[in-house]
Design a protein around this ligand. Structure first.
Ligand SMILES: [Mg+2]
Length: 135
């Protein structure tokens, strides 16, 4: 069986994204439920999650700083940097899960994937084939 996709001939991760229409929402729900199991008293603490997210972004930025400063190479920081990026993703997904619960409580029907697609389309129009304006 040939593994191709008309939308993305290189398949792989692209196929996974298109075949999982609520991929971001699923990850957000997973991160929220993980946090609720591991730290039940803090699962809905949005300010704490935001601080954790900022801390992980700082850890990733610090590694990049070391390369920019010239004391480390990309090869030296690569594995640590990918690990920190996953930490960033984890807290971002947790924050998304927390906001999803708020939205569900209010009866909202949007999904993170829909919001991402809308923003991506906006950015494509703004920076891609559309206007080159950076306003
Ligand atoms: Mg970390």
């Amino acid at each position: 069986m040939e593994d191709t996709d008309d939308r993305n001939p290189d398949v792989g991760v692209h196929a996974l994204i298109f075949e999982t229409p609520n991929l971001l929402g699923e990850r957000a729900a997973q991160a929220y439920t993980d946090s609720a199991r591991w730290f039940p008293d803090m699962a809905d603490d949005i300010p704490l999650t935001a601080l954790c997210l900022a801390g992980e972004v700082g850890e990733a930025a610090n590694l990049i700083k070391k390369v920019a400063r010239g004391t480390h190479t990309w090869e030296e920081v690569f594995h640590l940097l990918t690990s920190e990026i996953v930490d960033v993703q984890t807290y971002l997904f947790q924050l998304m899960g927390q906001l999803s619960r708020m939205a569900e409580a209010e009866g909202s029907k949007w999904t993170w994937d829909e919001l991402y697609d809308l923003k991506r389309a906006y950015n494509e129009e703004r920076f891609g084939r559309g206007s080159q304006s950076a306003d």
